[in-house]
Design a protein around this ligand. Structure first.
Ligand SMILES: [Zn+2]
Length: 184
């Protein structure tokens, strides 16, 4: 098993990391980009993209933000709602392993930013079945969680006809590294 020589993430990490000739993972390399990016230019680019999808008559959400309730979710929602004034729909796939603090953080996110929030929770018997199957097939009891957090927001975007999903890039930690996916 190879591990990133910098952050020690393993090669079988579910995010499909790749390693360069120095044994540094793709996540670490992308993280380095933040030092050379023109952030003012990026802010303007983001503003232009967001304005393109803003719902002009207020009849629908402007975008979807997939959230877990952690620091990235709070920052994403702050930027989209407070800095750019959009009306996001927050979407969560419940992985079923919640701590009291995690539940509190998610509630805090929804309450503090005053956003609508949809959360999918599967029944415990199905969760157990999937966790067991994922462990056997993938060696990861939470593989279905990774699949769920990437597919459920897309399903909701299609269902509610929301044209934009604001993701945090998996290998990045800041909002300005987010990618924006156009559904329609
Ligand atoms: Zn790394």
């Amino acid at each position: 098993m190879n591990y990133c020589t910098r952050c020690l993430y393993p090669e079988n990490h579910p995010f499909n990391l790749t390693f360069d000739e120095n044994g540094v993972c793709s996540g670490c390399r992308i993280h380095e980009e933040k030092d050379t990016i023109n952030w003012d230019e990026r802010k303007e680019m983001l503003r232009e993209i967001l304005e393109k999808y803003r719902c002009r008559n207020g009849s629908n959400y402007d975008c979807i933000i997939p959230v877990s309730g952690g620091k990235d979710s709070h920052y994403q929602t702050y930027v989209i709602k407070e800095m750019y004034g959009l009306n996001p729909l927050l979407v969560t796939f419940n992985h079923g392993m919640n701590t009291k603090r995690g539940i509190r953080n998610l509630e805090n996110l929804v309450t503090k930013f005053n956003c609508d929030h949809l959360r999918y929770t599967m029944k415990p018997s199905l969760f157990k079945k999937l966790a067991r199957l994922a462990m056997k097939k993938m060696g990861d009891m939470c593989w279905h969680c990774h699949a769920g957090i990437t597919t459920y927001p897309v399903q909701i975007a299609a269902k509610f006809k929301v044209p934009l999903i604001v993701w945090v890039r998996i290998s990045g930690l800041t909002m300005w590294e987010c990618s924006l996916s156009m559904i329609w």
